[in-house]
Design a protein around this ligand. Structure first.
Ligand code: HEC
Length: 265
């Protein structure tokens, strides 16, 4: 008996129906991960009150975000240079008021309505495809309320309640690590080189640890948001890869019990 590889059972030596069952279990597992990935995207993409899922959304959820309106900042800093003072003051007063939505194109304000001031003073440069402004019109267009609204508000976003983070850890830490443990064990029983399983399993394991730890540490320092994202990515890709390797091994012909004499049938 050579000791090193002997004791470890092989999936290949399992009976056909057991392997069939396992294929579908692992497929369901991977399917579940894909759905939760899509769900997380929907759930978080608006956390920072700006479109698209970015690291800011994760920071907003776990650390909170506060920043003032980019439009207000820009006007206060003196941009654009040739905006007459009354117009600048009117825009600043509007952005600092709590009627940003209502007053944007308020008829009663006449020429001093923010929509009018912007149309007259900004759109030479800030319209899509504008000749002036070195393409700023495509980057920061100000043509429609939908363009302006996201940069007109200041943000003060509170992070998730601690109780919710605790509840989420309570649900996810055991279940996600269990899934990784299961696919790692299964993958160790395949024909694939142990090194391959090892690399994916260690990335996945370290990933899930820092994903969950990051959700707590991000309270203290928003940089941990990166650990949540990178760790979460590594662990889900890990589950996907290990799962795919297991399914391949279960389905590929390879001689039942090629390395271990089997008594399971
Ligand atoms: C002559 C062209 C021109 C006009 C007119 C102009 N802008 Fe700009 N704007 C620019 C350019 C170029 C930039 C990018 C470089 C910079 O920040 O100066 C910019 C940047 C900005 C930004 C983005 C700042 C950031 O931090 O990303 C905002 C907001 C903005 N402009 C608002 C306005 C508003 C409001 C008006 C009208 C009241 C206006 N601009 C008029 C050329 C213009």
């Amino acid at each position: 008996m050579t000791t090193s590889k002997l004791a470890w059972p092989r999936l290949r030596s399992l009976g056909l129906l057991t392997r069939l069952g396992l294929v579908f279990m692992v497929l369901t597992l991977i399917g579940g991960y894909i759905i939760s990935g899509v769900y997380l995207q929907w759930k978080y993409e608006n956390r920072d009150e700006r479109p698209k899922l970015t690291i800011k959304d994760i920071e907003a959820a776990y650390h909170g975000v506060s920043s003032s309106s980019p439009l207000l900042e820009s006007l206060k800093s003196g941009h654009p240079e040739d905006l007459p003072d009354p117009e600048r003051e009117a825009l600043i007063a509007w952005l600092e008021s709590d009627r940003v939505n209502q007053d944007f194109d308020n008829f009663d304000l006449g020429d001093m309505a923010p929509s009018e001031i912007i149309a007259v003073n900004c759109l030479d440069c800030h319209a899509r495809g504008a000749d002036q402004g070195d393409g700023i019109g495509d980057e920061v267009p100000l043509e429609y309320w939908d363009d302006i609204q996201p940069i007109s508000t200041s943000r003060d976003i509170q992070p998730k309640d601690l109780e919710i983070v605790a509840l989420s850890t309570h649900v996810h830490a055991p279940s996600l690590s269990m899934v990784l443990i299961m696919v790692t064990l299964l993958c160790s029983m395949t024909r694939w080189p142990g090194m391959l399983t090892g690399v994916i399993a260690s990335a996945g394991g370290i990933g899930i640890f820092f994903d969950i730890a990051g959700q707590w540490l991000a309270r203290l320092d928003p940089l941990w948001a990166y650990a949540i994202v990178v760790g979460g990515f590594a662990s889900s890709v890990g589950v996907g890869l290990l799962g795919a390797l297991v399914i391949l091994d279960l389905m590929l012909p390879g001689g039942k019990g090629a390395s271990v004499e089997s008594d399971a049938s």
